[in-house]
Structure formats: structure tokens, C-alpha cells
Design a protein. Structure first.
Length: 512
């Protein structure tokens, strides 16, 4: 199966087992908007708890808030979003479809890369064991021709991006013969900037001066509450404010399932520090956040840093933590050193003094800020795509198992009486009563035990507990491990400790 096909299978699996549904599906859905089902919401909540506790419980100097989606419109002038939160868009005059100009070019480059990879694959097939990929790439005329084309377009694209040269974007599209996939023509409009913020009106008159925005990031809620939190919490620099909440962006190219959505959730932490110390904190937060990810056991090799060469005007350092998604390494989290840009601009525009008085040195200053920002939905996608596994079993059978890190699994334990009679459901109910205060569980007595195991594998339940006829005599149950499928007999009173060892979020936090 290609990665593309695998991704489609994952999306279908997420729907079939109640993780994620297209929004408003009975009306044919709404592009790039998704709902979380009964399994998805529990996975999402567990991810949020892992992040929230790691931030606010493990760090004495980080507190959390919950600010509103609607904010004073000046917020977005101060943050720069009104002026500069734009995507370069182009319309096809024949199909009337709108595209992101940069994405059209990136897709074109991707196709060249695919062509090169196909050539390499052909070479590998032809030369077998003796194949030397490096030499092949350096000498094969087809590869060299495609590579030269790639480099030429890529260099022009990077330069256009750096200079924000919209006319050059269009010229590249025309020169490369990029056509609209719907109309098949290159009848393009000029490239224009399009603001990504959704807006609505505060009153019901619809007047333009009532215009307010749905926040495109949660961070600004933290900046405007900085003074309140610092004063009421008697916070001393350095300290952080964390927040989890919804954000909205009118993404034109919304694709790759929950990777890029129009309504999504962010977990952001703004860490305020003394100017001059921000690089030290930036390094610490890079390390800290990578540790948080790797601690989940999804393979350190699946993460990498991508340091930004081109920095936004307000940042003096920036990096992404990228994850190896089914469509390649892509941004999962951003870490930025944002200087005093946000607090400084809010101070200017509001006319309110936003300064920190350092009682030890007697200095007053606008604090600098290091931000860590991760999308909850992207994190869900990282977990789900890594977890999806198809295993061949003895006897030619196969199983689909979601190897979700156990502390994040929606359901921690399934309680399964072998048959619906002989007093086994009653014992199973007692097992449920023993476990339900500590763990999310499912009780299932329908179908064969094999089918019930498969259902639990498909939603990633780490443990299945089976109550059989022997349980009546010895008070022991069979515990089946999701990943190894090994089974062991355990006394009912020992179940809680055994399950907790593997699924406990506190244990996960302890390892940080
Ligand atoms: N406050 C900084 C900020 O918002 P960003 O890189 O635009 O920075 C941070 O977003 C994170 O939010 C990303 O790394 C990603 O995980 C998530 N994110 C951004 N746009 C998203 C979208 N349209 N859909 C899902 N997640 C998104």
C-alpha cells in the first residue's frame, strides 16, 4: 500500500470506529471541518491533559488561563494579523476555483520529486543488488534533467517568497504550465493577498465598525491578560501562562484530514523572561518540548527540528518540531522567541503600561517572550497515524490494531464475560465496579471473544479482561495485552494495579 492509500484507509478507520467524522455529513459535509466522535474526544482530552499537566503541574512558574474566542478588534491590529495574516491566492477564470499560489507551485515541485523517485526506483529494479543510488542520482540523464528543472523553479519560488513578490508567483505558474485541475486551463487572475481571519459582527446591524474576529491563535488572549495574571498571581519573571482553546483560520487549501482545518484547537504557552535571557529559554523549551513528545514512545526517529532561516519580523529565533506523518515530515509544533513584539504593541495601542518591575534590580521593562504552540488536532493525527497497524497473524488471518500510547488510549480496559450466562455477566459487573473509578472501560458481551478482541484492537484498548468459567472457582481473570496479544491469569483484586502501571498518565508525567 502506498502512503497515500494508507492515509485514506486511516481516515476511513477513524470514521468507522468513532474517532473522527466529517462535520455535518448528512448535508455532504463542510470542507476542512471535522467532528470528534466518542473515541476521538477521549483521545483528544487525554492529549490535552498530558500537555496541561506537564505545563502547569510540573512547572511551579506556569499557570493556566481560559480566555475568550472573541477579543477587542484592536488586539488583531496590535498582533499584526489584520495587516499581515495573509495567503497568496489565485483564481482560475474558467472554473472560478480559487487556489493558494504557493501551494500550486509546491505541488508542481512535489511532482518533479516524485518523477525523480520513480526513476530511482526503476534503476533499483534494473540493477538489483549492485545499485548505487548516489551514483545513479549524480549521473542518470533523466534524473539530472528533472533535478535542474526542480532547482530552477525552487530558487525562483524561494526568492519570490522572500520578497513577497506576487507577480513573480504568477509568472512561475505560467512558465511552469500549471493548469487548474478542474478546467485544465492556465487562464489565471493575478495573485492577491487574502486575510485568513474569519469575521463576524458584534451587533445585529451588520455595520462594518462592529466587525470582530474569531481568534486565529489563542496566544493573544494570553498577552492581553498578562498584567492581570502577573499581578493577581504575584508572578515573578521568568514565568509562563498556558492556554488550550479553539482557533479559526479561513484556510483556502484545507486538506490532509485534520492536519489543516478551519476550526481547530491549540495548546499554547507564552513564557515571559528578562530581555537578553530569551535565547537560553528558547533552547530550554526546545529541549523540554521534544522530551514531552519522545516520552510518548512513538519513536525519537519520527521527530526532528526544523530551524527557520527566514524569521518573522518579530522573532529572533524559531523552530518547528516536525513529525513523520504519512505524507512526510511536517510541522507539529512551533517554538518561537517572539521578543517584546506582542506585549510592546499592546502597550502602544492600548495606551496601558505593560511592564514588569523587577524588585531585585529596581528595573522596569517589557518582558520578552518564548512561545510553544502545538495543534491538538495535529497531535491527534500524529498519534492516530503512528498507531494504525495491520498485523498478519498465524493461519493467514490479519488484525488492525491501533497502538495508541496506553495513557492516551480512549478506552483503557474492556471487560468481557466469555458467555452471557452461568453467572459470568454478574462477575463481570463486579469487575467493572472495581475498575470504573480509575479507568475508562467498555463492557461487551456480544459475539465471539475473538471478534470482541478485534473490536478493542481497532480502538486501541490496551487491556481486555475476560471472565470465564474458571473465574467462578478461582477468582482469576484472563488479561490480554493489546500489543503482544499475550494472556495472563490475574486475581481480580490485582487488576487495578496491573492496568494502572501501563496506562497511568501520572507515570508518563513522572518520566519527563
Ligand atoms: N501562536 C503561534 C501560532 O499560532 P502557528 O505555527 O500558526 O503559530 C501553531 O500555529 C500550531 O497550530 C501549528 O504548529 C499546528 O500544530 C497548529 N495549526 C496551525 N494551523 C492549523 C490548522 N489550520 N489546522 C490544524 N492545526 C493548525
Amino acid at each position: 500500500m502506498t502512503q497515500d492509500e494508507l492515509f485514506k484507509v486511516l481516515v476511513a478507520h477513524c470514521k468507522e470506529y468513532g474517532f473522527i467524522f466529517p462535520s455535518s455529513e448528512i448535508y455532504d459535509g463542510l470542507a476542512a471541518v471535522y467532528d470528534y466522535g466518542q473515541m476521538g474526544v477521549q483521545l483528544k482530552n487525554n492529549i490535552k491533559t498530558y500537555w496541561w499537566e506537564a505545563m502547569t503541574r510540573l512547572n511551579e512558574n506556569i499557570v493556566g488561563i481560559d480566555s475568550c474566542i472573541f477579543m477587542h478588534p484592536k488586539t488583531w491590529v496590535a498582533s499584526g494579523h489584520v495587516a499581515a495574516f495573509n495567503d497568496p491566492l489565485i483564481d482560475n477564470k474558467d472554473s472560478k476555483k480559487r487556489y493558494r499560489a504557493d501551494v500550486l507551485i509546491e505541488d508542481y515541485l512535489l511532482k518533479i520529486e516524485e518523477k525523480i523517485n520513480k526513476e530511482v526506483a526503476k534503476g533499483r529494479k534494473r540493477f538489483g543488488e549492485a545499485f548505487d543510488e548516489e551514483q545513479f542520482r549524480a549521473t542518470n540523464p533523466n534524473v539530472l534533467r528533472e533535478k535542474a528543472k526542480y532547482d530552477e523553479v525552487h530558487n525562483r519560488y524561494v526568492e519570490a517568497e522572500n520578497k513577497n513578490d506576487l507577480a513573480e508567483y504568477k509568472q512561475i505558474i505560467l512558465d511552469c504550465g500549471i493548469v487548474c485541475p478542474i478546467s485544465g486551463t492556465a487562464n489565471w487572475t493575478d495573485v492577491r493577498q487574502f486575510n485568513l481571519m474569519f469575521s463576524t459582527s458584534l451587533s445585529n446591524t451588520g455595520a462594518n465598525d462592529d466587525k470582530i474576529y474569531l481568534r486565529p491563535e489563542t496566544a493573544q488572549g494570553i498577552f492581553v491578560e498578562y498584567l492581570n495574571v502577573q499581578k493577581t498571581g504575584r508572578m515573578k519573571i521568568p514565568f509562563g501562562i498556558a492556554q488550550i482553546g479553539k482557533a479559526f483560520r479561513n484556510e483556502i487549501v484545507a486538506r490532509q484530514f485534520i492536519f489543516r482545518m478551519r476550526e481547530f484547537e491549540q495548546m499554547e504557552m507564552e513564557f515571559f523572561c528578562k530581555p537578553g535571557t530569551e535565547m537560553e529559554w528558547f533552547r530550554k523549551w526546545k529541549e523540554n518540548r521534544m522530551k514531552w513528545h519522545v516520552n510518548l514512545g512513538m519513536g525519537a526517529e519520527n521527530y526532528r527540528f526544523h530551524d527557520h532561516e527566514k524569521l518573522a519580523h518579530y522573532a529572533n529565533a524559531a523552530t518547528d518540531i516536525e513529525f513523520n506523518f504519512p505524507f512526510g515530515f511536517k510541522e507539529l509544533e512551533g517554538i518561537h522567541s517572539r521578543t517584546d513584539f506582542d506585549l510592546g504593541n499592546h502597550q502602544k495601542l492600548s495606551g496601558k503600561k505593560i511592564q514588569y518591575f523587577d524588585p531585585e534590580t529596581g528595573e522596569s521593562y517589557v518582558p520578552y517572550c518564548v512561545e510553544t504552540s502545538i495543534g491538538v488536532d495535529r497531535m491527534c493525527l500524529a498519534v492516530l497515524s503512528h498507531a494504525y497497524t495491520v498485523e498478519q497473524l498465524e493461519g493467514g488471518d490479519s488484525r488492525v490494531v491501533m497502538k495508541i500510547p496506553a495513557p492516551l488510549a480512549p478506552i483503557k480496559v474492556a471487560v468481557l464475560p466469555l458467555v452471557k450466562k452461568d453467572g459470568l455477566p454478574e462477575i463481570a459487573q463486579k469487575v467493572v465496579d472495581e475498575l470504573k473509578y480509575d479507568f475508562s472501560y467498555q463492557y461487551d458481551e456480544k459475539d465471539s471473544i475473538g471478534k470482541r478482541y478485534r473490536r478493542q484492537d481497532a480502538i486501541g484498548t490496551p487491556f481486555c479482561v475476560t471472565i470465564d468459567h474458571e473465574t467462578v472457582n478461582d477468582g482469576c481473570v484472563t488479561v490480554r495485552d493489546r500489543d503482544t496479544m499475550t494472556q495472563e491469569r490475574v486475581k481480580i483484586e490485582d487488576l487495578r494495579a496491573l492496568i494502572d502501571k501501563k496506562v497511568s498518565l501520572n507515570n508518563l508525567l513522572r518520566n519527563l
